[in-house]
Design a protein around this ligand. Structure first.
Ligand SMILES: [Zn+2]
Length: 60
């Protein structure tokens, strides 16, 4: 998991997170450290990724 304390100013932060994908990966790793995304709606481990990168519950 990324250590956010390493960024001691906004320049360091925006230099590191220079792409949407880097931001996305860091958020996923922060929230689900084992990379096993848990569905927000039903708590299952069945999320699919939409074209826009968001997660989707297959039951909704
Ligand atoms: Zn679900």
């Amino acid at each position: 998991m990324i250590d956010f304390t390493q960024f001691n100013n906004i320049i360091a932060l925006t230099t590191y997170f220079n792409t949407q994908e880097k931001c996305r990966r860091a958020i996923i790793e922060s929230r689900w450290p084992d990379d096993d995304v848990v569905c927000l709606y039903c708590g299952e481990h069945h999320c699919r990724t939409r074209k826009d990168g968001r997660f989707r519950c297959p039951q909704r």
